[in-house]
Design a protein around this ligand. Structure first.
Ligand SMILES: [Zn+2]
Ligand SMILES: [Zn+2]
Length: 346
């Protein structure tokens, strides 16, 4: 008889159901985790609100979620890294370890990546919003802290990887465009890396108030004050580093006049995927425009930072709702005026 667990399964846009799903038997190198907390991410919201993003579309029901933490229930015979009872953060990425990019140390570009709750491949990789999950032991990272905090390891990893793309942040003047959870964690990562002055922009007051609380020295509302960045364009620009987290063409083109010659712009956000840019500024100021995609070894670093309390993410957690209220949680998480990060409790 197959064992089942309750999970949050997306069938189509706005069709999220709490249903049973199968729990596979744990293999010798696998770990069975009792999930306790799961953060709702922008990509989960894309599946919930639009059935996917870009070319990535839902083609079969899929368990959502990739920001999960809990405790180890049981381990396979060959597992050595964790024991039953250990608290763990679950790394949602499982690269193959053998392809060209894995061998180059770029496992986030693995050609055979299995990433939780992703419809990028078919059959889709089922996600972590379930009471019990079975993962490879390399994915269960000991995280001695409350599960709600440990569930921030994944989004923080994304931002630590983005910070790495930026290069040296010691003493840097940093602009963060887009003040949602990823913008806020990028600002915190920049501060952690030694940034001297952090300015954040958004079009909404609520996320700006939060980012000002956790990391930004100044939070500018560009809806109320469209010219608020103008003073930073003086003398060829002020910012050494820009984290563009809104995924909008307007934010990226608006960053070019205020980035100084030689600045690095890290494009973190991804919405339409299309942008028109004042390339003359990119060329004349020798600005580097860099992408950033997921993370790899940064996951363990994120767990370490959170466990030590070196970054306090509590102001980012808006609310925690039980699994049976998942639909309400997803609607709340979709409203940027009300919510920063919303988590499910399992
Ligand atoms: Zn995420
Ligand atoms: Zn690979």
């Amino acid at each position: 008889m197959t064992e089942t667990t309750r999970a949050a399964i997306i069938h189509a846009a706005h069709d999220l159901r709490i249903e049973p799903c199968e729990v596979p038997a744990a293999g010798p190198h696998e770990v069975r985790v009792r999930v306790r907390a799961g953060g709702i991410c922008g990509s989960d919201l894309h599946y919930f609100n639009h059935g996917g993003f870009g070319a990535v579309r839902l083609r079969e029901p899929m368990v959502l979620g990739h920001e999960v933490a809990g405790e180890v229930e049981a381990v396979g015979a060959s597992v050595t890294r964790v024991r039953p009872g250990d608290r763990v953060a679950v790394n949602p990425s499982l690269p193959c370890g053998q392809c060209r990019f894995c061998l180059l140390g770029m496992a986030n570009h693995c050609l055979d990546m299995r990433f939780y709750g992703s419809a990028m491949r078919f059959p889709h990789v089922q996600g972590g919003f379930r009471e019990t999950l079975v993962c490879h032991e390399s994915q269960a990272i000991p995280a001695d802290m409350p599960a709600g905090r440990a569930a921030f390891a994944e989004p923080l990893s994304v931002c630590l990887h983005a910070a790495r793309q930026a290069g040296n942040l010691m003493g840097a003047r940093v602009l963060v465009t887009g003040a949602g959870p990823i913008g806020a964690l990028c600002a915190m990562a920049a501060r952690h890396g030694g940034a001297r002055d952090i300015v954040a922009t958004d079009l909404m007051a609520a996320p700006l108030a939060t980012i000002a609380r956790v990391a930004a020295d100044r939070a500018l509302n560009l809806r109320e004050q469209p010219d608020a960045l103008a003073p930073y364009a003086a003398d060829k620009g002020y910012f050494d580093v820009v984290f563009e987290c809104s995924g909008t063409a307007a934010a990226l083109s608006g960053a070019l006049p205020v980035a100084r010659p030689g600045a690095v712009i890290v494009q973190v956000g991804l919405n339409s995927g299309e942008a028109t840019l004042p390339l003359n500024l990119l060329v004349a100021k020798e600005i580097s425009l860099r992408g950033t995609f997921r993370f790899h070894e940064e996951f363990a670093l994120a767990v370490d930072i959170l466990a030590r309390g070196a970054m306090d993410v509590t102001p980012l957690l808006t609310e925690t709702l039980p699994l049976h209220e998942a639909r309400r949680a997803f609607r709340l998480a979709s409203d940027r005026n009300q919510a920063m990060k919303v988590q499910l409790a399992f």
